[in-house]
Write a protein that binds this ligand. Sequence first.
Ligand SMILES: *Cc1c(COP(=O)(O)O)cnc(C)c1O
Length: 374
Amino acid sequence: MKKMLPFTRPAIDEETIQGVVEVLRSGWLASGPKVAEFEAALSRYLGGRPIRTQTSATASLEMALLAAGIGAGHEVITPAMSFVATANVITRTGARPVFVDVGLDSRNIDLDQVEAAITERTRALMPVHFSGLPVDMDRLYDIARRHELRVVEDAAHAIGSSWKGRRIGSFGDLVCFSFHPNKNMTTIEGGAVSGGSADEVKALELHRWHGQLKSPSGVDTLFAGGKANLSDVAARVGIGQLARLEEFNARRRELVARYYELWSDNPPVRLPERGDEGHSWHIFAPLLPLSKMTMTRAQFIEAMAQRGIGVGIHYPAIHLFTAYRQLGYREGQFPNAEQIGRETITLPLFPAMELSDVDRVVEAVNEVIAGARN
Ligand SMILES: *Cc1c(COP(=O)(O)O)cnc(C)c1O
């Protein structure tokens, strides 16, 4: 069998590894000069905006909501299909996640349904730039302005994406990135919030470090804050990754172009919306034609694994999980999210892949589906 091709793999260069070794030898491991350097580099990359890093995007999103004053009695509108963290962070603040459906091909929140879901309790919108395809930012912020809502963008997939030539995170209210190893750049684990008012940025600092304020007269704890400060070791990985992000994302776009080229004519899978050069292609996730197949998705994934190819699932519909059924959500409410949840497959896409790896994946998908037509 050929060597296993995973659906994703981080690319850490030797220079970064050496940089980490230096941090480990420096005697300063937790938040220090490397975190400051990483935040400054991210800020430069995002047009000079305030940047506060955290230990995960989950922490970034939760703290951004808290900083924006979201809590019990409030509603936050969010897509029914995303990684579950998107909804969990809303729930954890005490607010209620109000789901709306996503586009079947864009996978992004349906903005027509967003307007219809706004009530007097709605305080914020939490869209996801799914797979790195930006949400329509003009319409999104127009809705937010007209209804006086704060926007907390889940940009976990979208570092390096841009909308009409402007980078995601270089504008907008509170924009949260993930640096998990599966994302377009990594700090091992990590996240960041870009933007926010001066008060929100101060609140983010308090939430990520015990609610504690240090001044010449001593320390005070203003509220029971959390603990989510990034380490210098992680930040040093991020500095090396950010320097190569544009190169990584250009490579992702090349590989995706090969998928579209090979599947330009009558593809056996339903391809996602292609977007433009502002798409950073965190994942490439077509839909399986399950209703025309004699095979389940699990069997498809197993058949691909036998051919040495890793396939992921991103993601099941959130409202069908136990925790969200308990809030009253049920099957049939968000048909696109449910269909994506059933049919989505994440095919290999990472910067170190060769174009010939794409050829190999396409050939295997074609073969497995052709052998399973009913
Ligand atoms: C990965 C991801 C998160 C959470 O990121 P972590 O850094 O792992 O906490 C949140 N939202 C979406 C859409 C994600 O894909």
